[in-house]
Design a protein around this ligand. Structure first.
Ligand code: NAD
Ligand code: DAU
Length: 357
């Protein structure tokens, strides 16, 4: 059943903002509450159009604050929670693990605690229809070799503080479901790309470095493999899981488009040459620089998404080259958004890590 009053945590982030735009396109959506702490990764400029919709409201608050979560639930009376709020960057988790524990583990626990009390207070019919959807990642299953795929019953084997904190959050979700009966769904997404992604992640980082004439830092030999999914496809999958997912269900929302990091960056260089400002042929490719590898760098992720595609009546639509073109075009056409994150913490982080002209 389509949810109608949806509380989205982390709605000012990359995937969350596209999820909110997607929800507001549905006539069944009566109200959306964006519950977001606005960390460095949250940006309200990503929701300028959506903010004009009378069904949309924003509350700046943290999932770590029990009272704020309780108040939001009581005031808003959601029939569905989409939990996306998280610290999400693996490299940051290596340097500053504590915030990952606080947000991803403690924050998820507090959100569950408040949600289950709220859910228990609902009349039977509303309690039956209620869903708590937790957005997790393929990284919780660890790293694969050249062959094989993760399956719904693959064991957890996280390798970074980020993936360990997401794994802990998954376990908390399952424990609330088992102990208290809270109707929970978990989606495991693969590497997402598209407009409005904070440029610490591979694709937006490379786009802005390239447009600035800076080097393109590929970790190690660039042969690690990720499975890429365009953000609209990911948002559609999350929506379908909220509508059709079964309590206790685990859904693999991957793009089924595996590529090495080096190939991704080379394709990006060609796309920029085609649709970006005029440069001589091969200009961007010459900027690729192999730099020190990420510690504990996972080699490959890959999920078998066939069951999810059947269960959720969903499949990704964007071919990687098309999604990449859309993404590059968006960054070229949205200088105000780019400028908003090139100040403050983003700038400092860039200065410390790669230098910024
Ligand atoms: P993001 O980093 O772009 O945004 C995270 C959002 O959460 C920001 O708006 C931030 O302000 C908010 N937030 C952080 N701490 C908060 C707190 N304590 N309380 C409330 N809000 C808080 O993240 P994203 O890339 O959009 O990822 C969204 C979710 O999807 C995450 O749970 C992530 O683990 C998961 N995921 C992401 C990817 C990907 O490739 N980006 C893939 C699979 C799964
Ligand atoms: O797999 C899903 C996960 O994908 C999500 O759960 C995470 O939130 C998201 O950040 C992403 O994790 P990755 O570590 O795979 O994404 P990132 O964009 O940081 O890196 C992608 C690959 O590119 C990875 O193998 C590391 C490499 N890389 C990354 C950066 C930032 C580089 O070679 N150079 C870089 O500068």
């Amino acid at each position: 059943m389509a949810p109608s009053r949806i509380l989205v945590t982390g709605g000012a982030g990359f995937i969350g903002s596209t999820v909110i735009a997607t929800l507001l396109k549905k006539s069944s959506t009566q109200a959306v509450l964006n519950f977001d702490a606005l960390t460095y990764a949250g940006n309200l400029l990503s929701l300028q159009e959506e903010a004009k919709d009378p069904r949309y409201t924003f509350q700046r608050a943290s999932v770590q604050n029990l009272e704020e979560v309780q108040r939001a639930l009581e005031d808003f009376q959601p029939d569905c929670i989409l939990h996306l709020a998280a610290e999400t960057h693996v490299d940051r988790s290596l340097n500053h693990p504590q915030t990952f524990l606080e947000t991803n583990v403690l924050g998820t626990g507090i959100l569950l605690q408040a949600t289950s009390a709220y859910w228990e207070s609902l009349p039977l019919e509303k309690a039956d229809a209620f869903r708590f959807l937790h957005v997790s990642t393929d990284e919780v299953f660890g790293s694969l070799g050249d062959s094989g795929q993760f399956h719904q019953d693959s064991p957890y084997a996280p390798t970074s503080p980020y993936s360990a904190s997401k794994s802990a959050a998954d376990h908390l979700v399952r424990s609330w479901e088992k102990s208290f009966g809270l109707p929970c769904i978990i989606t495991h997404g693969s590497n997402c790309y598209g407009p409005k992604q904070f440029p610490e992640k591979l694709i937006p980082l490379m786009i802005l470095q390239a447009l600035n004439g800076d080097s393109l830092p590929v970790y190690g030999d660039g042969q690690q493999i990720r499975d890429w999914i365009y953000v609209q496809d990911q948002a559609d999958a999350i929506y379908q899981a909220a509508c059709l997912g079964k309590p206790g269900g685990t859904y693999f929302t991957g793009g089924s488009q595996e590529q090495t990091n080096l190939l991704v960056v080379e394709t990006l260089c060609r796309t920029l040459e085609e649709i970006g400002p005029f440069v001589e042929s091969g200009f961007y490719k010459k900027k690729i620089k192999f730099v020190q590898d990420r510690p504990g760098h996972d080699y490959r992720y890959s999920m078998d998404c066939r069951k999810t595609q059947l269960d959720l009546d969903w499949k990704p639509h964007y071919a990687f080259a098309d999604g990449l073109r859309e993404t590059v075009r968006w960054y070229l056409n949205n200088p105000a958004w780019v400028k908003s994150i090139q100040t403050g913490e983003y700038r400092q982080w860039m200065d410390e890590n790669y230098g910024w002209r």
